[in-house]
Design a protein around this ligand. Structure first.
Ligand SMILES: Cc1cc2nc3c(=O)[nH]c(=O)nc-3n(C[C@H](O)[C@H](O)[C@H](O)COP(=O)(O)OP(=O)(O)OC[C@H]3O[C@@H](n4cnc5c(N)ncnc54)[C@H](O)[C@@H]3O)c2cc1C
Length: 454
């Protein structure tokens, strides 16, 4: 695209680094990727191995733009809705969208990471593993690394450093030393633990394959997403301290008693529960907001490095991938005028990443607490009925975030209006047939029609 041969160095070959690298190389830039971990295609890395993520429209769009979605398609499993597991074993299915096109897709983090790294290397990107970035001299453009294998420190000169190094970003740590850098981090007092449900004797999934399974229990929950090998990757979310917490479950006997009381149908299918529980680390969940995301035209943060969010809307990766879409659109429009491009990128994106951070916290309460509530399920039904009656005007908030590319801040604002409308329409009504549709007409015309096209 350009005669500019700026050397671009990306720090972090997680999910976003290789994806962005592919599109930058395609545009003619020399790109190198540095990753602190060993190459997971050659070395077994246990933590994060079984976790799977929900990939949806924004992420798929970015993968398509980079020309890698057809490869990724082979490793995803569509999930059509949430399957709620009550303590007594009853199952309730709640579709995510209005039809089969509105699904989210389970994908193994490790398999996705491998597929993206393979694609990046196939496009000529060099990935240097075992290289932990220790800092960046923003004036001279010198990155400092330490080899995990041998220990020696090296330096690398670059024109531009892009921090795709996740929530604990080393590039962001460097920016923290600058005057007037804004930074906030907010931890949940909940942690998470990876667990696994193995495939059945026939090698197939032991629960419905095309669903995200959820055991909502008010102040805690278990979820399970299908893997292509017939297993389920599960995540247990518990408070760190207090009643029904990680601190409380400190013996095998207590763990089993807890599962027997809360998740009996899952317990039966988890022969490795104790080993998984006591050997896997307990992860923390944090919301990070910061600004500016860039230093002149020298350094930029992208993905979790700029805006880590809690996982309850299934959007962290999708949002990070969408960063690539916005960034590349600006690059194509403005060319490699890095200072202007970085400033424009943050300006176009920050309001949206702040919005999804807040929506993700909101959804935490919904998943844990409300999905088992019959009134909540009823509201979801009414939402779908409203969407059917006012297509393109009433779009459920979950759908705007997950199945559309509506900017997150717009989805949040419209979602708040729709929540109020739903409150009014569902109040003292028990069946969708009893909804006051003339009132719905008035509300939609008054509140949503003026926003059409927003
Ligand atoms: C439990 C859980 C469930 C989730 N579920 C979903 C989901 O369903 N859907 C969704 O969209 N998102 C989900 N997310 C969020 C998603 O994982 C992140 O948003 C996504 O991984 C961000 O991608 P990234 O490339 O910015 O960072 P990462 O994927 O974290 O990659 C960062 C990379 O940088 C490397 N690195 C870090 N520091 C250095 C350094 N100093 N030097 C060199 N390399 C370094 C790391 O080793 C890593 O490879 C979930 C997160 C969690 C914790």
């Amino acid at each position: 695209m350009t005669a500019d041969r700026s050397k671009l160095t990306l720090i972090g070959s997680g999910l976003t680094g290789p994806l962005l690298a592919i599109s930058l190389v395609k545009r003619g830039f020399p790109v190198e990727l540095y990753e602190r971990r060993p190459d997971m295609r050659r070395v077994q890395i246990s933590a994060g191995r079984s976790i799977n993520l929900a990939l949806s429209t924004r992420g798929i769009h970015a993968l398509r733009e980079a020309g890698v979605f057809e490869e990724i398609r082979k490793i995803i499993i569509p999930m059509r809705g949430r399957m709620m597991h009550a303590v007594g074993g009853e199952l309730t299915f709640m579709p995510y969208g209005k039809d089969e096109t509105e699904v989210i897709n389970a994908v193994s983090r490790a398999e996705l990471n491998i597929a993206l790294m393979n694609a990046a290397e196939a496009h000529g990107v060099a990935i240097r593993f075992n290289q932990r970035c220790m800092g960046f001299d923003l004036r001279s453009g010198t990155l400092r690394f330490r080899s995990r294998e041998t220990g020696p420190r090296t330096t690398v000169e670059t024109d531009v450093a892009i921090g795709t190094d996740g929530a604990g970003s080393a590039i962001r740590t460097e920016m923290l030393k600058l005057p007037r850098f804004n930074f906030s981090q907010q931890y949940l007092n909940y942690g998470y633990k990876e667990l696994t449900i193995p495939a059945g004797a026939d090698g197939k999934h032991v629960f419905e394959t095309h669903a995200l399974h959820i055991w909502p229990r008010g102040t805690f929950m278990l979820i399970a997403l299908p893997n292509i090998d017939g297993t389920f990757g599960c995540i247990l979310f518990l408070p760190f301290e207090g009643e029904n917490s990680f601190a409380e479950l400190d013996t095998e006997a207590k763990l089993h008693a807890f599962f027997r009381a809360q998740f009996p149908d899952a317990l039966e299918l988890m022969p490795d529960l104790s080993r998984n529980f006591f050997s896997n680390p307990t992860g923390a969940m944090v919301t990070i907001k910061c600004s500016p995301w860039h230093v002149d035209g020298k350094a930029l943060l992208l993905g979790d490095a700029a805006h880590a969010i809690v996982p309850f809307f299934g959007q962290g990766m999708n949002c990070a991938f969408e960063d690539c879409t916005y960034f590349l659109e600006l690059l194509d429009r403005l060319g490699p005028d890095w200072p202007q491009l970085f400033a424009e990128f943050e300006k176009s994106r920050k309001g949206d990443t702040d919005a999804i951070a807040d929506l993700a916290i909101e959804n935490f309460v919904e998943m844990r607490d409300r999905v088992a509530d019959p009134r909540f399920l009823f509201r979801k039904k009414v939402e779908l009925a409203l969407e059917k009656k006012y297509p393109g005007t009433f779009i459920p908030k979950y759908a705007m975030v997950t199945f559309h590319r509506t900017p997150y801040s717009v989805a949040a604002a419209r979602g708040a209006i729709q929540d109020r409308m739903l409150g009014e329409l569902c109040d003292s009504v028990e069946r969708v047939e009893d909804i006051d549709w003339s009132k719905a007409d008035v509300l939609v015309r008054r509140e949503l029609t003026p926003l059409a096209g927003a």
